[in-house]
Design a protein around this ligand. Sequence first.
Ligand code: AMP
Length: 655
Amino acid sequence: MATAAATAATLLLAVSGLASGLVVPADERCHSTDNAVLGIDIGATYSCVAVYCKGRVEIIPNDQGNRLTPSWVAEGGGRLVVGEAAKEQAAGSPGRAVVHDFMRLLGKKFGDDDVQREMTRLPYAVVDMEGKPHVRVEAADGDVRVLSPEEIAAAVLAKMKETAEAHLGRTVSSAVVAVPVYFNDAQRRAISDAGGIAGLDVMRIVSEPIAAAVAYGLDNAKSDGKRVVVFDLGGETLDVTALVADNGFFDVLATNGDGHLGGEGFDQRVVNHFVDLIKRKHGRDISGDGRAMHRLRRECERAKHALSAQHQVRVEIEALLDGGVDLSETLTRAQFEELNDDLFARTMAPLRKTMADAGLEKGDIDEIIPVGGSTRIPKVQQLIRDYFDGKKEIVKVNNPDETVAYGAAVIGRHVAGDDDDKPTMLDLPSFLSDTISIETAGGAVTPMIPRRSRLPAERTHVFTTYLGRQTAVAINVFQGEGSTAKDNTLLGRLELTGIPPASVWNWGWRWRPIQVTVKVDELGDIHVEAADEGSGKSERLSIVSGEGHEHGRLSKEEIDRMIREVAEDLVEEERIVKERVDALNMLETYIVKNTAVTGGETDCEAKARAASEWLDGNPAAEKEDYEEKLKELEDACGPFMAAVHETSGLGHDEL
Ligand code: AMP
């Protein structure tokens, strides 16, 4: 029996009894400190981490105080930087040292059609390493590093782990990670590997819409039979999924989406609007100026966020143009909607398709859960409501960009065993993530069961032999979205031998019809049968789900090496933090010693007071900034050591 990954898509979860809405009863006890399981939503544009504690789910803010962390990773002098800092770095070196939107590469083969397509769009270099796509990042000092998508995902997961640890004040080593519903086995395993590299035991990989439904308490007994649509519009993608709650389980009825529709596209329309405006007003084209475009993009995203709550916003950027010319304009919500009119309208097509594929009428839907930051946009919410004939009450909107992490944390709590009477179980795939095809002459493939098909699924197709007097045929079964066999993953091969050569009587004159049936069962196992009807000869092949794609997985050695590298990065990170704190301490000590001693309005005193004010206004300054300030003070007040000695009266040894 050959082995392969059919797909894994639907996680059915047996949990029940939670309150409806994004609330967990406040009187429930916190799980013990050593078995906290994080809920992580590793998104294409932003990631979010949550934990269940003291009777409720907490969304954990990062070191910048933000509840969402950009899924951006940058090479920063031999170590990886994640989040806001990485996104900011993009301003200085667009496309070279900064990686984002890498989830599309995870668990894929370099030759996959979609990887090849993405390569023309992604602003960084994607290279082939042993058949897998890797990202080539070039640091400012010219150093080059080649990273696997797992390493990049690991850097984001490590950042989420670190965020949680800083908040909880203890180490955490387990997580439930949410991924898109259509992620196949290879992609889910890649996330699991990435977790391992980041020092996290990924206890469950849960489909995002299921986590969202759990966040809304739809896994309780009262929700039995409820039909739910999860409409997930994030930064780069739209995913619509129809689910039915079934006695604490969830069943995915259908899913559809658009891989290139989301908030970044909306931002781009606003950016284009201002680039055109600047051209008209100032006769300047800033589109080639990386730094100016980065500042404009950042401001446009901020303006877009503001327009979800207000009807107009000022867009102000100081000295955007050479010569110190500022941008200072008003953008109204109506303008924003007009700029994106066609994109907003496009969001409805996957919704219609999902409903049709699920065999549901609008009136069948009990709840609609908008998920993803872009569903905060009023126009998007209105379109969803309009589609469901204005039924306002069924559309639940509550921090849509945190919903998935919230649900994952609720699942994490069950997995942690805090809730013995509500066991969780991982059910088997009921939904095909990647197309199953049969190879035909010339290396082409004929799709048999399309991706996102509800399982079980079956199709029979009549192929023909293609050589005169052919007495054997090989049926190669592939999985993937490539149009040729070489761009897909070979799952197995079935040979039908001893068939009589074609004759003029049975099929035209040269070819014999071979009937091929492909069936993917509820378990994701693939069964192929090839039959030569004329002779009654037939052969069968079964391909077991879950063990394929191994060739694309990281080896134990690779994972161990990456774990060491991430650990080194973390040590390096600690060193950098320590050096910064030391520099800050030195500066603070020096300021205190000097202001205490001089007492009057000397140049030294004035500089010390100014430095103190500067410290208040620059809480996020870097080590180099502190060192520079200290140097300025030393120039005015004398060397650090002498000043501290003189004022403290301490002997040299004690320092
Ligand atoms: P997600 O990946 O789900 O966090 O979604 C990220 C996208 O949501 C980004 O394009 C954000 O700019 C967008 N987003 C976040 N908050 C808002 C908001 N208040 N209004 C409009 N878009 C938002």
